[in-house]
Each structure stands twice: as structure tokens, then as C-alpha cells.
Design a protein around this ligand. Structure first.
Ligand SMILES: CC(C)(COP(=O)(O)OP(=O)(O)OC[C@H]1O[C@@H](n2cnc3c(N)ncnc32)[C@H](O)[C@@H]1OP(=O)(O)O)[C@@H](O)C(=O)NCCC(=O)NCCS
Length: 169
């Protein structure tokens, strides 16, 4: 499945609203990504991507079939974590299982390393039961560094999360 990573545009709000409003996506993300996902959520999300400072965050739309069908981003840390970036992503359900996110992760990590030449580490923290996301990270070369026991409270339940990281250069 062909796709490109590109910067966000304000007209992507309709696609975000259409594809992000999915409980199967929300259940695997932080509560900042709600379900139901309403128009103001999509507007605020796209605004934050369009207006974001690219010295701090690289936010990219995953465009396939002429639509923004997913999101992938790197967010730089601050203070002692300033040489580290956190990776986050989601994809519209109808595009799952085609290898797209594995390739998207590889692409954004490469872009992050090129743009921020002092970057030393990229990490992601999937919930431990998120097998698909863990597999994506493993296929993209991330190493499992540990299980953060009982680190997450989601939908009223306590879950473990996993620390995956890729060292740069
Ligand atoms: C996680 C997500 C991004 C994966 O995207 P994707 O494009 O389908 O991922 P890929 O096709 O590149 O790879 C998925 C891998 O997980 C595997 N997989 C998927 N569901 C699985 C399951 N329930 N059990 C075991 N493996 C599973 C696939 O078989 C594939 O591995 P393979 O290539 O070895 O067969 C997508 O499912 C999603 O958006 N989920 C909701 C949001 C989310 O979880 N975001 C990440 C938060 S950390």
C-alpha cells in the first residue's frame, strides 16, 4: 500500500474526524485522544500540528488514497531529556495490517535523525497488550528495554506498558 508522510493542512480536519473517531484506536492511546472523537478534537489536533515548532515536534500526516488516514509524530523532550524524542502514531482501521506503520516509523525516525542531528534516542511506550504496536516497533528496529508494571490507568483499569527505544547513529 503506497503512502506518503507529509505536513498537516487545515483541510485535513474532515479526514481526522472521519478516521480518528474509533474506539479501537482510542483504547490504545492516552486519554488526550478521546472517544467519541468530535470536530473540536480534530480541529485542535490539526491546529497543534500546523502551528507546532519543528525544533520541538515533527508531526506528519500519513496520506494514502488522497486522504490523511493516520498520524505519526516525534516530540522532543526537555531538560535532561532534550536529546530524546518520543514517538506516537495511529492509523485508520481500514489500513491496518498492510505494513504501512512499520514503514512510516522507519521514515519518521530517519527524518528526525536528519533534522535533529544531536538526537540520541527515540522511544515509544505502547501498552503491553498492544501486540500490533509492539510488533511495529520491533520490525522497525526498536529494542524492548523493559516492562513498566502498572504504569497505565486506562478506562478504569491498570495496565503495564513497555519501553521500546532506538538509539540514533
Ligand atoms: C498499531 C498500528 C499503528 C499498527 O499499524 P499497521 O500499519 O497495521 O502495522 P503493520 O502492518 O506495519 O504491522 C503490524 C504487525 O502487527 C501484527 N499484529 C497485528 N495485530 C496483532 C495481534 N492482535 N496479535 C499479534 N500480532 C498482531 C501484524 O501481523 C503485523 O506483524 P507482521 O508483519 O509480523 O505480520 C494500528 O493498529 C493502530 O493504529 N492501532 C491503534 C492505535 C495504536 O495502537 N497506536 C500505537 C500506540 S503505542
Amino acid at each position: 500500500m503506497d503512502f506518503i508522510l507529509r505536513t498537516w493542512r487545515r483541510e485535513d480536519v474532515a479526514d481526522v474526524l472521519r478516521y480518528a473517531n474509533n474506539e479501537k484506536i482510542a483504547r490504545n492511546l492516552r486519554d488526550a485522544f478521546p472517544f467519541p472523537y468530535i470536530l473540536t478534537d480534530a480541529q485542535e489536533f490539526v491546529n497543534s500540528c500546523v502551528e507546532g515548532d519543528e525544533d520541538r515536534q515533527l508531526c506528519r500526516a500519513i496520506e494514502a488514497d488522497g486522504h490523511a488516514v493516520g498520524s505519526i509524530a516525534l516530540f522532543r523532550g526537555s531538560d535532561v531529556y532534550r536529546l530524546t524524542a518520543e514517538l506516537g502514531y495511529w492509523l485508520a482501521e481500514e489500513y491496518w495490517g498492510r505494513g504501512m506503520m512499520t514503514r512510516a516509523v522507519q521514515q519518521i525516525c530517519q527524518e528526525g535523525e536528519e533534522r535533529w542531528d544531536d538526537l540520541v534516542r527515540i522511544y515509544a511506550e505502547p501498552f503491553a497488550h498492544n501486540t500490533a504496536s509492539r510488533r511495529v516497533l520491533e520490525k522497525a528496529g526498536f529494542a524492548l528495554e523493559g516492562v513498566l508494571r502498572h504504569s497505565v490507568c486506562k478506562q478504569g483499569r491498570i495496565w503495564d506498558s513497555c519501553m521500546y527505544a532506538l538509539l540514533c547513529r
